[in-house]
Design a protein around this ligand. Structure first.
Ligand SMILES: [Zn+2]
Length: 401
């Protein structure tokens, strides 16, 4: 028997996310911070570059401005990603998750390059696509004051109007590096209403990968936290924006657009400006709110603090400390129920160590006093939390060195 071995990571089908049918007060609070004046100011500033044609100087200037905004809004790191000679780079702002590694993240993106009938000199692209870029910027602005379990990447792509150059480069790299992307939320043209109220198209791939569950998740988030009207569009293929390369490389992605096919009469003209091609800032704001809700739910707001001991009726005693002469470790006996996780917090409630308990030995796991980066933690009080699908149990450990 011959088996093919590949070192390119395989994307395993992810299970459908639970739908956010019950309102989460933290998520609602985050969503409510999205501000129409702030959104409009981002669109205006991007339009003021006059041309964001991908190979034109002012598009490079726009990339720098976006990077500055991601920096101002508290991103932990910002990457300027060159993808094609002569083109402005992609701009990636990373907000690091508090629990999970950098390679597991959620993407919110829009292309910032533009085109028109007078390119390269004039291409204001207010609707196409300062609106979607404003989404990534506004999301960064709002979310800087909150922590999440998973990382978030706010991305402005370039080279889109030339054939998705920037996003194709990014998605291919993500696949080769084995990045686990929980979801990609792309917006391209979300500021023009041909009728009021406008309904946003939520475009999802039927299969390969199946994005229907992600579309349902997004729509449930929109319904729960915003007044946005949505229209789900399931398609075998829609290659006209930056979600498409993510589909190519097996990632779940959605595209939001005001109308598909395009109804904006100012599309790819020098009149794609605020008041003409971009005529409904409230609609744009509402689309951004829906994305911030979906992003927050996907990234999971991080609750600082340690649960107190809850209920020992169903769980066996779980914790046994086993010091030895030459070494020490904490032996954590695990309950037999499924879906176990073990997390260790310090006295301030910060997570220091997580264990993957998918395949544990019958004698449980051992904690040697190291954190998630392999460093030894200082002496002090720690809380070991063992959670199952039914309940959690927390015990206090004092490390003495
Ligand atoms: Zn576009």
């Amino acid at each position: 028997m011959v088996r093919r071995v590949s070192f390119i990571p395989v994307i395993i089908k992810s299970k459908a996310p639970p739908h956010p049918v019950r309102s989460n007060a933290t998520v609602q609070e985050i969503v409510d911070f999205v501000d129409p004046d702030s959104v409009l100011s981002h669109v205006q500033r991007l339009q003021d570059f006059v041309s964001r044609y991908s190979t034109f100087d002012s598009c490079f200037a726009a990339a720098n401005w976006i990077a500055e905004k991601f920096n101002d809004y508290g991103c932990d790191s910002i990457f300027i990603q060159n993808h094609t000679v002569g083109h402005a780079p992609n701009v990636i702002g990373v907000k690091r998750g508090q629990v999970h590694p950098d390679s597991i993240y959620v993407v919110v993106c829009g292309h910032f390059d533009a085109t028109s009938d007078q390119a390269p000199w004039i291409a204001p692209g207010a609707d196409d696509n300062a609106s979607g870029t404003a989404m990534a910027i506004e999301a960064a602005r709002i979310m800087q004051n909150y922590d999440f379990e998973y990382s978030i990447r706010f991305i402005g792509f370039s080279g889109e109007e030339w054939g998705l150059y920037g996003s194709d480069y990014y998605a291919q790299g993500a696949r080769l590096h084995g990045d686990s992307i929980l979801a990609v939320f792309n917006a391209d043209m979300i500021g023009y209403a041909d009728i009021v109220p406008e309904t946003v198209e939520v475009i999802a791939k039927i299969d390969g990968p199946a994005c229907g569950p992600l579309a349902d998740f997004f729509i449930a988030a929109a319904d729960t936290y915003t007044t946005l009207l949505t229209h789900k569009v399931m398609t075998p293929w829609m290659p006209y924006s930056d979600h498409a390369p993510f589909w190519d490389y097996g990632y779940q992605a959605l595209c939001n657009i005001e109308d598909f096919p395009v109804m904006n009469p100012y599309y790819h003209l020098t009149s794609d400006t605020i008041g003409a091609g971009y005529n409904d800032n409230d609609f744009c704001t509402e689309v951004i709110k829906a994305h911030v809700a979906a992003l927050s739910l996907k990234a999971v707001p991080y609750d600082v603090g340690v649960s107190e001991y809850t209920d020992d009726k169903q769980l066996d005693p779980v914790l046994k400390i086993s010091p030895t002469v030459a070494h020490f470790y904490v032996q954590i006996m695990l309950p037999t129920s499924k879906g176990k996780s073990v997390d260790i917090y310090d006295a301030s409630g910060a997570l220091v160590r997580s264990f993957n308990c998918a395949a544990v030995q019958s004698d449980g796991i051992r904690w040697y006093g190291d954190d998630n980066t392999g460093q030894m933690v200082p002496a002090g009080v720690y809380f070991v939390r063992v959670a199952t699908q039914q309940e959690t149990q927390t015990a206090k450990v004092i490390l003495v060195k």
